[in-house]
Design a protein around this ligand. Sequence first.
Ligand code: FAD
Ligand code: GLY
Length: 370
Amino acid sequence: MKEHILILGGGVIGLSTAFSLSRRGYNVTILEKNSCGGQASGAAAGMLAPFSEISEDPDPFFKFCLDSLRMFREWQDEIKKISKSDFEYTESGSIHAVYHESDILSLESRIAWQKNFGSEAEIIDGDRLKSLEPNISDEVVAAIYSKEESHVFAPDYVKALKVACEKNGVTIYENLEDVHIKSWQQELVVQTTHGQSFTADRLVICSGAWTQQLESIFNIKIPVFPIRGQICAYELDNEKVNHIVTTSQGYLVPKSNGTLVNGASEDIAGFSTNVTEKGISRLIHWNKHILPFLKTKQPYHTWAGLRPATQDGFPLLGSLEESPHIIFATGHYRNGILLSPRTGEAVADLISGTPLDLYTKGAFHPERFS
Ligand code: FAD
Ligand code: GLY
C-alpha cells in the first residue's frame, strides 16, 4: 500500500502536488478551507515568463522557474487529457519594452546571461518591433523579444487541475472553514471546526499567503507574507496584441477570449483582497505609454489576489530535518502558476525517496529562517 498524503491548501501548488503524487499511485487528500483556486491561483495573470520576471541574476529561483517553463507543454497536455477540460495555453512569446536609450545596456546584459540558459531572446526595435507588435507605442525605443515565454488562462487551468486530480482518485474537501493541525510529531492529526478528523503518513503544507499562521504549531520561523496584486482586464474590439508585453511598470497579456489582462500592483494590505481606486488607476495611467489605443478604454473587470511572498524571495520547499513527514511547498510569490509543474514533481520526488537538491543546497530549505 502506498502512503496516504494530506495536502493543506487547494491552490495551484496544492493541486499540482496532488496531481504529481496521484499519478505515482499515492493516496492523496486535499483539505481546503475555502474553495480550490479561490485565492491567488484563480487571480493570476497566468504568465509563464521567467525571463521577464527575473531580470537580475541567474539564481536558483530563476533555474527553478526555467525548468518549470520547459515542463509546461507536456504537463498541460496531460492535464487536458486526464481532465478532458480545456484551458488556454498559448506560446505567445513576450516583448519587454524600454523607453530610454540608456536602458538598452541593461537589456544587453540581461540577454547575455539568459543566452547561457538556452534563451533565443533578441533585442528588437524599429520596423521589426512594429511588425511583431503593431500597436506598441512609439515611445518604446527597444525591447527584448523572448519567443519561449507563454501563458495560461489561470482560472481555467486550476479548474482543470482539480478535475484531473479527482479523475486520478484524489479526495478533495472544500469549504472546511478552519483547518488546524492537532498533532504532528508522533501521530499526524488534522481537524476541522466541523469535527472531521484526518490522519495520514505525511502532510504537505501548500497554504500560500496564510502559511505564517502555522509558525506556533511547528515552532519555526515562517516569514511568508501576503502581497496584494490588483489587476484588471479590458475587452478588445479589433485591436491586435500578439505577445505578452511587459515594462518596468506592469504587464499586458492578451487572452484568446478577446480580453487583455493588465497587472499588477504590489501592496501591503494584510489579508484584504479589496480593489482600490489608487491601485487600478496607476495601471490605467501607465497603459497609454505601452499600447496607446488603451487611452480611450476602461477595464471591464478588476480584482485582486494575495501573493505568498517570502523574506528572501525564494519559496519554502522541502521537509523538516527532524520530521521528514512534514513538507513545505509554499511562498511562490509572483510565479506560482509557472512553478506548478516543477513544484509538484519536486514534492513527489522527495516523497518517493529522492532527496531534494534544488540547484543550491539549502536555498529553498523551509527551516532556513529559524
Ligand atoms: P493560493 O492560490 O493562495 O492557495 C493557497 C490555498 O490554501 C488557498 O486556497 C487557501 O484558502 C488555502 N489555505 C490557507 N490556509 C489553509 C489551512 N490552514 N487549511 C486549509 N487550507 C488553507 N504567477 C505566475 O506564475 N504567473 C502570473 O502571471 C501570475 N500573476 C499573478 C497576478 C496576481 C494579481 C497575483 C495576485 C498573483 C499572480 N501570480 C502569478 C502568483 C500566483 O498566483 C501565486 O504564486 C500562486 O497562485 C500561489 O499558489 P498557492 O497555491 O501557493 O496559493
Ligand atoms: N507574475 C505577475 C504578478 O505576480 O503580478
